[in-house]
Design a protein around this ligand. Structure first.
Ligand code: LMR
Length: 342
């Protein structure tokens, strides 16, 4: 019986079990230490590949003391539930997109959602691989979460069953977004009607017309087969979607020091894997969508992209008090972005 009710009962039971079995130092006396790593995307994505690589390297570098079990594709938990599960200790590791941390009360993470804040991976890495990124990860500690690293996915495209080229095209279009107030404001600035939905529910919502369109990097669009229910993809590169790899703080702090050091090394290597494959995976996904011949892929010209930028840049100011002016300014300073020069 796989009704939504039974699924939710199973999930709740898993949460409760995890909490009851919350890790104590004594638990580490037994080998192997199990790390449940839950995520919502396909195995064949930058996050899926990096998670599998981490599992392999964690086993090798700890000489089998740690076993990482990866649960992809929302198999274990959906977006909101996985955050809850991490805090309760039912899973030990996640890599949610940066857009999904604000509901925990860490609104600064929504800075990554600001439209057009990063021009390319180069600008982005100045933040995710630098001190501003580290400072942001520290803010998770008060929520019982330790941030280990940032993993790339990529720059987003827009999709719908009609061409989305000019701002007027978005008017009244119902667009699925992640749970971010900045993404909500971005879609409203375009005249669209944003709707928050879990990633795992997006394909069906597009198929049944609950929403008309969505935004995501091509790797997510393609591996979830969203292109099968979206006739048009616009390569807008209007915003970034990436991840923070996070662990339950109590679990992490309780690990033997040598194990933690080995896992840190495995994580550094996995970050390199994620960031090395992300660009190519997204290029390949876009090419694969084109190759189906069923979905039109249109790349905005610089002039068309600029119109979209003009229409959405006000979101930076509009959201400053929510995200924190200091965080926004720190990023502008590091990347050299100056919205007043538009
Ligand atoms: C989404 O919900 O669209 C993404 O955050 C999914 C993911 O993890 O890449």
């Amino acid at each position: 019986m796989n009704t939504p009710l039974s699924t939710s009962i199973v999930r709740r039971t898993l949460l409760a079990l995890g909490a009851a079995l919350a890790v104590t130092p004594a638990a580490f006396a037994q080998s192997p230490i199990v790390i449940k790593f839950s995520h919502v995307v396909a195995v064949d994505t930058p996050k899926g590949k990096a998670a599998a690589f981490f599992a392999k390297r964690a086993a090798e570098l700890t000489k089998g003391k740690v076993k990482v079990e990866v649960y992809p594709n929302s198999q274990l938990y959906k977006d909101k539930e996985e955050m809850e599960a991490l805090q309760l200790g039912s899973v030990q590791m996640l890599a949610p997109s940066l857009s999904k941390f604000a509901p925990l009360g860490v609104k600064e993470f929504e800075v990554f959602d600001l439209p057009f804040i990063f021009d390319d991976y180069n600008d982005l890495h100045k933040i995710t691989l630098g001190p501003v990124g580290q400072k942001l990860l520290k803010k998770l500690e008060s929520r019982g979460i330790t941030g280990l690293s940032y993993w790339d996915n990529g720059f987003k495209v827009m999709s719908a069953n009609k061409p989305l080229k000019y701002v007027e095209d978005y008017k009244g279009t119902k667009m699925r977004i992640q749970s971010s107030k900045v993404l909500d404001a971005q879609m409203r600035a375009l005249g669209a009607l944003p709707q928050v939905l879990a990633f795992s529910e997006t394909y069906q919502a597009l198929q049944t017309g609950v929403v008309d369109g969505t935004e995501n990097p091509p790797s997510n669009l393609y591996t979830q087969k969203m292109h099968e229910v979206q006739k048009h993809v616009s390569v807008t590169n209007h915003g970034y979607l990436g991840y923070a790899v996070v662990v339950n703080k109590k679990f992490w702090d309780g690990l033997p020091a040598d194990v933690r050091a080995a896992l840190n090394k495995a994580m550094a290597e996995s970050t390199k894997v994620a960031n090395d494959v992300a660009f190519q995976d997204n290029q390949n996904a876009l090419a694969a969508v084109k190759a189906t011949g069923k979905t039109t892929v249109y790349t905005l010209s610089p002039a068309e992209r600029f119109l979209l930028k003009k229409a959405t840049i006000g979101v930076h100011k509009q959201m400053a008090s929510r995200i924190g002016t200091e965080t926004i300014q720190e990023i502008y300073q590091v990347t050299g972005f100056d919205p007043s020069k538009l």
